[in-house]
Design a protein around this ligand. Structure first.
Ligand code: DAL
Ligand code: ZN
Length: 250
């Protein structure tokens, strides 16, 4: 993929320029064939991007009952995990490489929670409602069924051998390094009021290396009025649009 602009710089300034600047940045990562059909989206084949980049936020739900078709056991594929965790085969190599790189830097990470079906998220959310005694409060910590990024099979809660993840060096390591392996950390402290979730430094969503890398360099981890999922949603919308990416209508 050849890009005319240094995209990270472009994104950093695009938001300041308003929606149009950001839209141009998004479009610069989407390649189309001569018929205008989307072929590549930030390095991913169009069909795959339309699935992996499905919006899943507090407001946006996945298609009802969505389930990826290439789920595989993390442990059976050399990815340290807690209990029986499933991940999309698509992300096994990146996840294994991330865990290995963390280990090389003295951080023991493993998959604490990988794929969660919509039905399982019913139980997860109900447990949080029981814990907090209030659905809205529970929804600050846990996604409603159909809204969890864990349903994508490409999202992982990384945990450590340490009792206290937050106070360990693991969050800083993930912030510095997750993008190398195609992951973003959408639930930042800075954007907590935007995402609607408390900060979750362990929650990593795979979007592929080109998009994760460019978001990282653009400083998304410190954004307050925009979050990584806003950009994911814009990229997804562009990837599903049949319109030619003309930037200046006549
Ligand atoms: N803890 C995150 C928000 C989830 O339930 O997917
Ligand atoms: Zn999570």
């Amino acid at each position: 993929m050849t890009l005319a602009l240094p995209m990270a710089f472009a994104l950093r300034t695009a938001w300041a320029q308003g929606d149009r600047g950001l839209l141009e940045w998004v479009r610069s990562g989407v390649e189309r064939d001569q018929s205008g059909n989307v072929s590549i989206v930030f390095g991913l084949p169009g069909d795959l991007a339309r699935e992996v980049l499905l919006p899943a936020t507090r407001a946006d739900s996945l298609p009802d009952g969505y389930m990826p078709t290439d789920l595989a056991s993390a442990a059976a594929n050399g990815v340290p995990s807690s209990g029986r965790q499933l991940l999309r085969t698509l992300i096994l190599d990146d996840t294994r490489n991330l865990v290995q790189a963390a280990q090389n830097d003295g951080q023991q990470l493993y998959v604490g929670s990988g794929f969660r079906s919509q039905a399982y998220q019913v139980d997860v959310f109900a447990a949080q409602v029981a814990r907090w005694g209030d659905e809205d409060v529970a929804n600050r910590y846990s996604a409603r069924p159909g809204h969890s990024q864990h349903q994508l099979g490409t999202t992982i809660d990384f945990t450590t051998d340490f009792r206290n993840f937050r106070t360990s060096e693991a969050p800083a390591w993930l912030r510095d390094n997750a993008y190398w392996f195609g992951f973003v950390l959408p639930y930042t402290a800075a954007a907590s009021s935007k995402t609607g979730y408390v900060d979750e430094p362990w929650h990593a969503r795979w979007v592929g290396h080109p998009l994760a890398s460019r978001l990282h360099t653009a400083g998304y981890l410190d954004w307050t009025d925009l979050d990584a999922d806003d950009v994911v949603a814009m990229v997804h919308a562009e990837a599903t649009s049949s319109a030619q990416p003309g930037l200046d209508p006549p």
